[in-house]
Design a protein around this ligand. Structure first.
Ligand code: ARG
Length: 457
């Protein structure tokens, strides 16, 4: 029985019904639909459209529907969507009184309300999960403070950096990601209820009352905009895309650094799987899937964008297509955040391999140039001089450490003490004392800054 079937001479058959139904996609909104409906009932009583006895009965009925759903006892009966399912079941429980529930409401404002309630609930959860990763990053950065590794540009060895400096990059990425979610939340926090199908209503209702009951800060100023708007979903999805893109970079670096050819990092074994043929293998599948599933998130952003492109005002059924990106995007984001937290928490740095891996790639070349500049040489001539030296050493199959004191003195004018400093990766790192540089003192400062940020919460 469809609520609208009296209007029709012919009704959709099973196949058409299946094509239009969204129940399988939108039932994740169940608790929010009930929450919104309860607030709606309170408002209807206040406005005089329900007696207090009717209000009690409807609230009790809605709670029963919710309980049935939570206990997996809710029976689906060809329902068009979550909203119609709740109303249908409510009618079975409380009888004709349920026919008053949809007073001063349309599914067009109802669905936006449900989605906003969902995001008001879930965005703080995502922010917390991001902070949980930030916390484990801070822990590892402190634990391994002082360990030196080769930093890369173009994925070619470039200059020595602290492992903790490298890892803290991801802390700051995540900090920006959090900001994006906080920002989305501001725009989610606008109550759409009372907009009805598109034009508002002639019934005397109190939108502010309902917004207050549901914890919304603002009430939408235009009923047509309120039912057409899905910006907040697209914004949410782009925020998830950004954080997952960041984590895909981390996944890639961890895959490389944990490869036996590097062995700089050990990732926890429980996040790896074996091979069906090669007995010796332990593969970083979880990290690979994080990297691989990033594309799905972009897919959700693209689908949502295509739903919105050129869509006339106000509600069009196209908008129903927002459910899969919203729900799947949320779930995938949460699972990736959870996996990454576990991996960072359990990872170990193989100090000897990591520091050893920095040797032999002329990583000190820029340090020698800077030393020559300190001594008064123009940067470009110092740069050329060192470049020539690297060319010569490479041809001879040597590196800087093989230069004799005599050669250092002759080519660069360096004394023995200076050479020692120049050849030390630790000294190189400690010299980078510029604000935000890789010296231990600076990295300590950024770790402290990070801790303060998390404490403010
Ligand atoms: N299931 C619909 C959706 O998610 C609910 C709104 C339906 N409104 C309508 N006028 N058919 O978009």
């Amino acid at each position: 029985m469809k609520v609208w079937e009296k209007r029709f001479r012919k009704l959709p058959d099973k196949e058409i019904e299946e094509f239009t139904s969204s129940f399988n996609e939108d039932n994740f909104l169940f608790p929010y639909d009930i929450e919104g409906s309860k607030a709606h009932v309170l408002m209807l009583e206040k406005a005089g459209y329900l007696t207090s006895e009717e209000k009690e009965k409807l609230i009790e009925g809605l709670e029963r529907v919710k309980k049935e759903m939570e206990e997996g006892k809710f029976e689906v009966k060809g329902d068009e969507d979550v909203h119609m399912a709740v109303e249908r079941r409510l009618k079975e429980i409380v009888g004709d009184l349920a026919e008053k529930l949809h007073t001063a409401r349309s599914r067009n404002d109802q669905v936006v309300l449900d989605e906003k309630l969902f995001l008001k609930d879930k965005i703080p959860e995502i922010i917390e999960r991001i902070e949980a990763i930030q916390r484990v990053i801070l822990g590892k950065a402190e634990e391994y403070l002082g360990v030196v590794m080769a930093g890369f540009t173009h994925f070619r060895p470039a200059q020595p950096v602290l492992f903790s400096h490298w890892l803290m990059v991801y802390f700051w990425m995540l900090e920006r990601d959090k900001g994006r979610f906080e920002d989305v939340l501001k725009r989610v926090d606008e109550f759409p209820g009372g907009s009805l199908a598109l034009a508002g209503t002639s019934l005397t209702i109190d939108r502010e009352f309902m917004a207050g009951k549901l914890g919304f800060k603002k009430v939408s100023p235009n009923s047509m905009d309120a039912v057409s708007d899905r910006d907040f979903i697209l914004e949410f999805l782009t925020a998830t895309l950004q954080v997952i893109l960041h984590l895909s970079r981390l996944a890639e670096e961890l895959i490389i650094f944990s490869s036996p050819y590097f062995s700089w990092i050990k990732i926890p074994q429980e996040y790896m799987t074996g091979s069906s043929i090669m007995p010796q293998k332990m593969n970083p599948d979880v990290l690979e899937l994080i990297r691989g599933r990033t594309g799905r998130i972009l897919g959700y952003v693209v689908s949502m964008s295509m739903v919105m492109k050129g869509l006339p005002l106000t509600y069009n059924r196209d908008l129903q297509e927002d459910k899969i990106p919203l729900w799947e995007g949320y779930k995938l984001t949460v699972s990736i955040l959870s996996m990454m937290k576990g991996i960072i928490e359990g990872m170990e740095v193989e100090k000897g391999k990591m520091e050893g891996g920095a040797k032999g790639y002329y990583l000190m070349a820029t340090d020698i140039v800077e030393r020559l500049v300190e001594k008064g040489m123009a940067f470009r001539s110092a740069y050329r001089k060192v470049g020539e030296m690297v060319k010569k050493l490479e041809e001879e199959g040597r590196d800087f450490s093989s230069l004799t004191q005599d050669e250092w003195k002759r080519c660069f004018g360096f004394e023995e003490e200076e050479v020692k400093e120049i050849l030390s990766f630790k000294d190189s790192v400690e010299r980078k004392k510029v604000l935000g540089g890789t010296a231990t003192s600076e990295v300590k400062k950024e770790i402290e800054k990070g801790k303060k940020i998390l404490m403010k919460k």
